[in-house]
Design a binder for this molecule. Structure first.
Ligand SMILES: O=C(O)CCC(=O)C(=O)O
Length: 255
C-alpha cells in the first residue's frame, strides 16, 4: 500500500495520519482472538497495572505470537512506514495496551516516546514511526489516545524526572504542564477515534496520553514502533522486548 501526497503532507504537518478501517473485519477478529493468550503470559514483558492485576502493557507480542507477528509484516503497515521514513525498517519495540474498562485500564500522562529511545537505547534520530493499530473500537467514551497535533516540531520538551508512578515499569517522563497548556492552546488536542481495524501512523515526538477507561468497554491498541535501519540503536542496556537488537530489514508478507 502507498500513501498519496495529501496523506504524507498530513503526517508531516500534524505529526500523525489516521486511516480508518485499514484492516478488514476478518483481520480484526484474528487480533481479538489472539489477545487473551498474550495477556496471560507471566514474563517480565507483561507490565501490570498498579491497582489491579490487569495487564497494562504487553511488550513484544510480534515476536512470540504468530498473529501479531503477521500483523507486524502487513503490507498496509510496512508500505506507508517505509515511505514516511524513506528507508528500510525494523521493529524497535511493540506493545499492546489492552486498556480494560470499568477503570481498570489506567491513565497515561502527557509524554513523548522518543526521549528514552534516545537516552537509553541510543537511537540517534527520531526517525521512527509509532503505528497504532486499533484492536477494538476507539470512541470518545472508552479513553481514546489523545495527541497534540504539531507538537513533533518542538523537539524534546522539558519533562519531570523519571516517574514510575503509572506502571509502565520504566522510562516515562511527564511533559511539564505549562508546555502542554501552551501547545494545546495553540494547536488543540485530537482524540484518535475509529472502528477496530483503523490505524494511526504517529511521529515519535508527538505528545500523547490518555485518561483512565471508566467505560464498560475494553479499548485495546497495539503500538508497533518501526525504526529506520540506518538509525538502528546502539544501546544494549534494555532487554529484547524494549530494545530489539535484530535490525534485519522487514519485508511485507503478501496479502
Ligand atoms: O494507549 C494509551 O492509552 C496510551 C499509551 C501510551 O501513551 C504509550 O504507550 O506510550
Amino acid at each position: 500500500m502507498k500513501l498519496n501526497d495529501e496523506q504524507i503532507n498530513c503526517y508531516e504537518e500534524s505529526g500523525y495520519l489516521l486511516l480508518p478501517e485499514l484492516l478488514n473485519t476478518a483481520e480484526v477478529a484474528e487480533l481479538q482472538v489472539a489477545l487473551p493468550d498474550v495477556l496471560k503470559r507471566q514474563g517480565p514483558e507483561i507490565i501490570r497495572e498498579q491497582d489491579n492485576s490487569q495487564a497494562r502493557l504487553a511488550f513484544g507480542a510480534h515476536v512470540y505470537n504468530e498473529t501479531y507477528q503477521r500483523l507486524s509484516l502487513h503490507s498496509s503497515l510496512l508500505g506507508p512506514v517505509q515511505q514516511l521514513l524513506q528507508d528500510d525498517v525494523y521493529i524497535h519495540q511493540s506493545r499492546i495496551n489492552p486498556k480494560p474498562g470499568f477503570g481498570e485500564g489506567g491513565a497515561w500522562s502527557w509524554h513523548q516516546d522518543y526521549p528514552p529511545w534516545l537516552k537509553i537505547d541510543g537511537m540517534s534520530k527520531p526517525r521512527c514511526v509509532m503505528v497504532a493499530v486499533f484492536i477494538d473500537d476507539c470512541t470518545t467514551v472508552n479513553s481514546p489516545l489523545l495527541v497534540l497535533p504539531g507538537s513533533q516540531n518542538h523537539g524534546l520538551l522539558a519533562a519531570s524526572a523519571h516517574e514510575d508512578t503509572i506502571g509502565r515499569g520504566y522510562d516515562l517522563q511527564n511533559i511539564d504542564s505549562e508546555i502542554v497548556s501552551k501547545l494545546a492552546d495553540e494547536h488543540g488536542i485530537e482524540a484518535l477515534t475509529g472502528p477496530a481495524g483503523s490505524v494511526a501512523f504517529v511521529n515519535c515526538n508527538v505528545i500523547h496520553g490518555s485518561a483512565n477507561n471508566i467505560s464498560p468497554w475494553r479499548r485495546a491498541i497495539m503500538y508497533l514502533i518501526y525504526n529506520a535501519v540506518s538509525n538502528a540503536c546502539t544501546g544494549t542496556q534494555r532487554p529484547w522486548y524494549q530494545n530489539n537488537r535484530d535490525f534485519t530489514p522487514l519485508k511485507p508478507l503478501n496479502d
